[in-house]
Unconditional design. Structure first.
Length: 301
């Protein structure tokens, strides 16, 4: 590891590299073990350089953004973890918002509002990054990323830069082709419409109020844990199974919103995983419905 560390530090000179970095500092659950190397590129070229270095040296490469819908296991992640949050520029181009992958989705929606562009309001309170939102086809309040994404620029694991149009991205419920091909989002262009700024602002305020009143924003969490099963609502299933308040260690099924698991005090990723499994088992036993996770769970046990 010492030889690899020296090589990484030399070849990525000028890029922020943190060996043995605790990932709990970057996840919304405040859990997760260390990365062998956490790398923070600030540009497309720095990201490409990092990808090529890992490929040349046979290192594992994991890419994360705001880690808002992610659980990193307590054993951490081997190899290089490329964290894109410093690739965060957002600009307006006519009726389009062009945002780099590490930009907060909330910042992109704010830029749209300030430019008088409508169509992005549904995402105004989603805590993830632009890259994560594309990857997962994030959605809320009857809107989804697929409705406004015009094109996405990605970096392949072999270092090639490509641009996909909306129709090529195979968007589905919490799905995009990026999950199948493992490409890395670099930048996204969102096509919006000019609208009334007061109405845009009013809708964003309305959705912010709804989120704050229904979701447990006062605690660290990984957002919505489970996908919505066909014909059912996750929150109702968990509520009807009398699981709200169920706790293992510091991880608890939220008493405020049954679809969330919150960190009520020094939770570990293992606590989260155990709560998730218990909820899945009980809901299946009571209702015959198998809950699938929406949250991504990665890393070593």
């Amino acid at each position: 590891m010492d030889n690899i560390e020296t090589k990484i530090m030399q070849e990525l000179k000028g890029i922020i590299v943190k060996p043995n970095e605790p990932l709990c500092k970057y996840t919304n659950t405040r859990t997760g073990g260390p990365a062998d190397f956490a790398v923070f590129p600030t540009s497309i070229e720095e990201a490409r350089k990092t990808v090529l270095l890992t490929k040349e040296n046979g290192l594992d490469l994991t890419v994360i953004g705001n880690a808002s819908n992610l659980i990193v296991k307590d054993g951490g992640i081997s190899g290089v973890v490329m964290i894109l949050t410093k690739m965060d520029s957002v600009r307006i181009d006519g009726d389009k918002v062009v945002a780099m992958a590490g930009a907060a989705l909330i910042d992109a929606t704010q830029a749209a509002y300030e430019a008088g562009l409508t169509g992005f309001e549904f995402a105004s309170g989603i805590p993830g990054s632009v890259g994560g939102a594309i990857f997962m086809n994030a959605g809320a309040y009857d809107g989804e990323i697929k409705d406004i994404a015009e094109s996405v620029t990605v970096l392949t694991r072999s270092g090639e830069i490509r641009t996909y149009k909306n129709a090529e991205l195979d968007f589905g419920y919490r799905h995009s082709r990026l999950q199948d091909e493992d490409d890395i989002v670099l930048e996204a262009t969102f096509l919006l419409k000019h609208g009334d700024k007061e109405k845009i602002h009013a809708r964003m305020e309305e959705l912010s109020f709804l989120r704050a009143s229904k979701q447990p924003l006062e605690y660290p969490s990984c957002g919505s844990v489970f996908k919505r099963p066909v014909g059912h609502y996750t929150g109702k299933l968990v509520h009807d199974a009398n699981l709200q308040g169920f706790t293992i260690g510091g991880a608890q099924v939220s008493k405020k919103h049954a679809g969330f698991i919150v960190n009520v005090g020094n939770a570990t990723a293992t606590d989260y995983q155990n709560v998730i499994k218990h909820v899945q088992d009980v809901v299946f036993e009571k209702f015959g419905v198998r809950l699938e996770t929406e949250v991504r769970i990665i890393g070593k046990d």
